[in-house]
Write a protein that binds this ligand. Structure first.
Ligand SMILES: Cc1ncc(COP(=O)(O)O)c(C=O)c1O
Length: 354
């Protein structure tokens, strides 16, 4: 048997994953959804690892959400065909790609404008019935989505008129940045109102709404308790980062960046070989894992400057420390693999499928 790589042997900077904690997060969420009517459709961007998508499906998820067509293609090739592309697409190249993908699997894409519907209908031609669309409603984020229930209804009528499949509605209102409690519940329910009203408007017009897809890691429990909601698009719960953690503390942080101390100035500071290009963009300065006496003071492109709060801490040049990932989307974008750790050993290395 070959020896497992030990943490101190990993070249830095490197992205580490605590596999036991990930498993706990997986179970916490799947347990919550086990007996619910609403189901989980996790967002692939929350990890970008096909093997983790498999784990989520094994644990009860009905399919995956993703942001890019390429991700949907990879999921389909991998055998996961119940996929929602929760981003609008535009331009002949992307439209053709989606029409081709629709020949292989009933992948759904979000739509918020008549041009996209008409262009898809032209490209799909006699295969229009294979195009699965979900009407995206702006529920407060101010990004994509139609801005009124009436606009959603007229777009849906156009979809049906063009012979394509209308599957339902989605509304993503952004990450809920409130701690668990009544204020969060109020905010999530307010966000849901336009979706629920649109669903009833559609049904009054005789149009069946199979899917109502919404929610995020911080508000899944509020959203999933609403009977009309059929699925929740949580992303960050599985790997969890410092940024999302205060708003969903039932999930544990799992991701850190391993770095080497490359310089030390007296008892004042150390410098590590992981900066913005390994840790990603951070809304706040990231924390050192398991070391209260060390505090990140500044991030440069290739380095972080770490203040020594307690000079009695035995930290030396060549030592390795870990920095908690603050914003996982940004960190994942910078790495091609993740070291799955069990204690001090690498259990498995995972490819990150951007
Ligand atoms: C469309 C959409 N759905 C769901 C999510 C998941 O959010 P979270 O990672 O907070 O669960 C995101 C996150 O950006 C998103 O853009």
């Amino acid at each position: 048997m070959t020896e497992k790589l030990r943490k101190e042997e990993i070249k830095t900077p490197a992205l580490l994953l605590d596999m036991d904690r990930m498993q706990v997060n997986l179970q916490t969420m799947s347990e919550y959804f086990r007996l619910r009517k609403a189901k989980l459709r996790p967002h692939f961007k929350g990890h970008l690892v096909l093997a983790f998508a498999d784990k989520q499906i094994e644990a009860g998820a009905i399919g995956m959400t993703c942001a890019r067509l390429e991700q949907a293609e990879r999921l389909v090739q991998h055998g996961i065909t119940n996929v929602l592309v929760a981003s609008e697409i535009a331009g002949t190249g992307m439209m053709r790609q989606f029409v081709e993908l629709s020949e292989q699997a009933p992948v759904m894409v979000a739509v918020d404008n008549p041009q996209m519907v008409c262009d898809l209908a032209v490209l799909a031609g006699s295969h229009a019935a294979k195009i699965n669309l979900v009407v995206d409603l702006d529920v407060g984020l101010g990004r994509c989505g139609v801005t009124s229930p009436e606009a959603a209804l007229s777009l849906t009528k156009l979809i049906l008129q063009k012979g394509m499949r209308f599957r339902g509605l989605m509304g993503y209102g952004g990450s809920n940045r409130l701690p668990h409690g009544p204020e969060k519940e109020r905010a999530a329910r307010t966000m849901l109102q336009p979706l629920l009203y649109t669903k009833s408007l559609m049904e009054s017009a005789g149009i069946a709404v199979e899917i109502v897809s919404c929610g995020c890691t911080a508000d899944y429990a509020v959203m999933a308790a609403v009977p009309e909601v059929t699925e929740i698009q949580t992303g960050s719960y599985l790997l969890m980062d410092t940024g999302h953690n205060p708003f969903a503390p039932e999930f544990h942080r799992t991701l850190s960046v391993l770095a080497t101390v490359v310089s030390k100035t007296g008892d004042e500071r150390i410098v590590i070989d992981a900066g913005l290009k390994a840790l990603g963009l951070n809304p706040e300065l990231p924390e050192v894992k398991g070391a209260k006496a060390l505090r990140v003071k500044a991030l440069h492109a290739e380095h972080a400057i770490v203040k020594i709060i307690d000079p009695s801490v035995p930290i030396q040049i060549g030592d390795k420390i870990e920095i908690w990932v603050q914003y996982l989307d940004s960190a994942l974008a910078l790495h091609s693999r993740m070291y799955g750790m069990k204690g001090q050993q690498v259990e498995k290395t995972f490819k990150i499928d951007h």
